[in-house]
Design a binder for this molecule. Structure first.
Ligand SMILES: [Zn+2]
Length: 266
């Protein structure tokens, strides 16, 4: 092959047999690396609908107690373990059942759980179910579940349970909170805690002329209520539109959420 040289030649060398061997070894190594990266995936079992149900599945049962239902609902989600013992081991949801003494809505519940189980077994990304279900609103207005979290419907609470379950088996993850945001929330919680303790210590027993107490009664109920994540929010807190936790308090004349750090005043 003829090569036209436009510039002046500054130096040259002839490709020796040694250089050729080196290049070949290098190319070999690259090819092997690529092959190694691809090979293990070829044997990894992914979830698909032809995977047979093993005799035994592991699972969790969650309880839903809604004021809209006389009896509690028990939600069981069973998982299958794929590639057990290998580095690609993963738990995937396989089926869901709901049990209750309440038979009023049973045909819909059975239909919903059968379809959800079918979606689980199809494989792929099943986390969309969570968003779909959590977006269902009950025309009756929903309810507050224990811990003060607003549930727009029973279906939404079911979605929240599926979300918790998928998080527990590592299929879903909490959006990472930045360190700055975590520090801000901690700071706000500390500020609120010191604020309430100061108001309580304002009045010393035996004081003949106590200074008039401004709205001190409202603070009386500062007993701790344990929220979902074991965090305590004052019972007087109102609902946060951002995180749906009953954790918004008024601090320095500004609505502030003690759960997610949302503040009207920025
Ligand atoms: Zn919030």
């Amino acid at each position: 092959m003829a090569v036209k040289i436009d510039q002046k030649i500054k130096g040259y060398s002839v490709i020796s047999a040694e250089d050729k061997a080196k290049a070949a070894v290098k190319a070999d190594a690259v090819a092997r690396e690529v092959a190694e990266a691809e090979l293990p995936n070829a044997n990894v079992i992914q979830m698909h609908e032809r995977i047979e149900r093993p005799e035994i599945l592991i699972g969790s049962t969650y309880k839903i107690k809604s004021p809209l239902f006389e009896h509690a609902l028990y939600v069981t989600i069973n998982d299958i373990v794929l590639n057990a013992g290998s580095e690609h081991e993963q738990r995937r949801p396989f089926e869901i059942f709901i049990n209750s003494k309440n038979m009023d809505h049973f045909q819909w519940i059975v239909a919903l759980t059968r379809i959800m189980s079918a979606v689980f077994r199809k494989g792929g990304d099943v986390t969309f179910l969570v968003d779909e279900m959590k977006a269902v609103f009950d025309p009756k207005g929903g309810y507050f579940k224990a811990g003060g979290v607003y549930m727009p419907s029973l279906v939404a609470e079911l979605g929240a349970i599926v979300e918790d379950h998928l998080k527990s088996i590592g299929l879903m993850h909490d959006p990472d909170m930045s360190d700055a945001q975590r520090a801000l929330i901690a700071e706000k919680r500390a500020a609120y805690a010191s604020l309430s303790s100061k108001k309580n210590s304002d009045v010393t027993p035996g004081d003949l002329f106590p200074s008039p107490k401004v709205k001190d009664d409202a603070r009386e109920e500062d007993v701790e209520v344990t929220g979902d994540g074991g965090v305590a929010f004052p019972p007087s807190a109102s609902m946060c539109h951002k995180c749906s936790a009953k954790a918004v308090i008024i601090m320095d004349g500004c609505a502030t959420c003690l759960n997610c750090g949302y503040s009207k005043c920025g």
